[in-house]
Design a protein around this ligand. Structure first.
Ligand code: URP
Ligand code: ZN
Ligand code: ZN
Ligand code: ZN
Length: 480
């Protein structure tokens, strides 16, 4: 057999196994995994290297159109599909799932068409979309979403906060019921909007407006209560639920309690909650705005609780929540140097640093093994979001999306070396070990020796199929 490409001599890791093997690729797909393969038109020497499935980043925001009252506070996103996908690829990620947002009063179908146009001709790696539902009208629930889900948009996102996005409990129930009907998976941003608004208004009224007050306005109980409520709504409707960006032990405890009741609840966390604390918001010259995301980073006890969750299997997925707002005048600080925390865009960049940070802090430091690293960063996302087995693993028949890692390479994270269009990284100066050197998407070299080898526009839209986590849950017997 003649292969288009053979990756030879590396250590291949999947969520299940770690083996010394060659990988043979034909037509963009893996066709053979064996001890020794000969006959590649091209060979990539992976001796001394790890051959991992390319990462899937299933929580990133790119070129999201703005509306008043969004997390952006009017700041434009610096990364679209081009710079976002390039940055992702340099960090070992080969699939991205950003968010297509419905604005209130608008149609989801039109938002999807617009978002396809934003992606077209831009991405260097493959992508799918989650759909943010901010206005679940009868037409959206009854016609638009069912049609879109059948066209491969099988994951829906709801917000419990942000002025322009948050839904009432009743509206969330409606979205969950549609998801149940159509076998879609629902993601939730869980923070209690009324409580955090009340706190923020009080803080502001007493002159406490610095970036660190962002954390004071969104303490852990705000997230814990909303997590409990979101899980309860999913329990009543009888559907699985993904709780995104969990920031500490208490919301994670709600996930454990839900699972003990037999519910399917998927838990996501992000590197910022493992690496930053609220002290990173308390810096001179508004520098704290760089670490301002929602929920906010907490404390070292929360970090330890999240690592325990990663180790014991409570955390299923680690995604970046890349939210590309620049720090300079056009971005987070567009309201001027003394802007109140309430006027600063929420979110921070992390597409390129997600995998290297988790590899270094997780695998190199011995907290998790390679299989678990692959599960957390690729395979589980593929399964939950209907992309498996085409994406998220190295297996015969899967797309040849592969990152070849140098596990010894020492890197000091510097924004100047990253490929996003954001003017900072919250991880500046962090010293880590391990970096993906060569990145393949469908068998084509996208990144090699520090250089981009792929043309924007080669990335393809991926239709999602029903999540492997999808199972109607018991609770629904009371209302169906
Ligand atoms: O602060 C954050 N996380 N910003 C991005 C939007 C979101 O909440 O996911
Ligand atoms: Zn579409
Ligand atoms: Zn969020
Ligand atoms: Zn987000």
């Amino acid at each position: 057999m003649t292969f288009d490409l053979v990756i030879s001599g590396g250590t291949v890791a999947t969520a299940a196994d770690v083996v010394r093997a060659d990988v043979g690729i034909v037509g963009g797909r893996v066709v053979a995994i064996a001890e020794r393969l000969r006959g590649g038109t091209r060979t990539v020497d992976a001796g001394g290297r790890l051959v991992l499935p390319g990462g899937i980043d299933a929580h990133c925001h790119l070129d999201q159109p703005q509306a008043p009252g969004l997390a952006s506070k009017g700041a434009a996103m610096a990364d679209g599909f081009r710079s976002g996908s390039i940055s992702a690829a340099f960090g070992g990620t080969t699939t991205i799932v950003p968010f297509c947002v419905q604005h209130r009063g608008g149609s989801v179908t039109a938002a999807v068409a617009d978002y396809h146009r934003r992606a077209e001709g831009e991405a260097v790696i493959d992508y799918a979309f989650h759909l943010i539902v901010s206005d679940p009208t009868p037409a959206v629930l009854g016609q638009e979403l069912p049609a879109l889900i059948r066209r491969g948009h099988a994951s829906l996102k709801v917000y419990m906060t942000y002025e322009a996005l948050h839904l009432s409990d009743r509206q969330i129930l409606d979205v969950l019921a549609t998801a149940r009907e159509e076998r879609a998976i629902v993601l939730v941003h869980a923070e209690n909007h009324e409580v955090l608004t009340w706190l923020a208004e009080r803080l502001e009224a007493s002159g406490r407006t610095a970036p660190k007050e962002h954390a004071a306005s969104r303490p852990l109980p705000v997230e814990r209560e909303a997590t409990h409520r979101a899980v309860t709504l999913a329990e009543v409707v009888g559907v699985p639920l993904v709780v995104v960006h969990i920031s500490g032990g208490e919301p994670l405890e709600e996930v454990r309690r839900a699972r003990a009741r037999g519910l399917t609840v998927i838990a996501e966390t992000c590197p910022q909650y493992l690496m930053l604390t609220a002290a990173d918001l308390d810096l001179p010259d508004m520098e704290g705005a760089k670490a301002m995301c929602s929920p906010p980073p907490r404390d070292t006890a929360a970090q330890a609780a999240l690592w325990r969750g990663i180790e014991d299997g409570t955390v299923d997925i680690v995604n970046s929540d890349h939210a590309p707002y620049r720090f300079d005048a056009g971005g987070k600080l567009r309201g001027g140097p003394g802007t109140s925390f309430r006027g600063i865009a929420n979110g921070l960049p992390g597409l390129e640093t997600r995998l290297p940070i988790l590899f270094s802090e997780g695998v190199v430091k011995g907290r998790i093994d390679l299989q678990r690293f692959v599960a957390l960063t690729a395979t589980n996302n593929a399964k939950f979001y209907g992309l498996h087995p085409r994406k998220g693993t190295i297996a015969v028949g899967a797309d040849a999306d592969v990152a070849i890692w140098d596990p010894e390479k020492r890197v000091t994270i510097r924004n100047a070396d990253l490929h996003h269009a954001v003017d900072y990284t919250p991880f500046e100066g962090l010293e880590i070990q391990g970096w993906p050197e060569t990145v393949l998407s469908r068998g084509e070299v996208v990144v090699e020796a520090g250089a981009l080898k792929a043309q924007p526009g080669r990335g393809r839209f991926l239709e999602q199929r029903t999540s492997s986590a999808y199972r109607p849950q018991g609770g629904a017997s009371s209302w169906t």
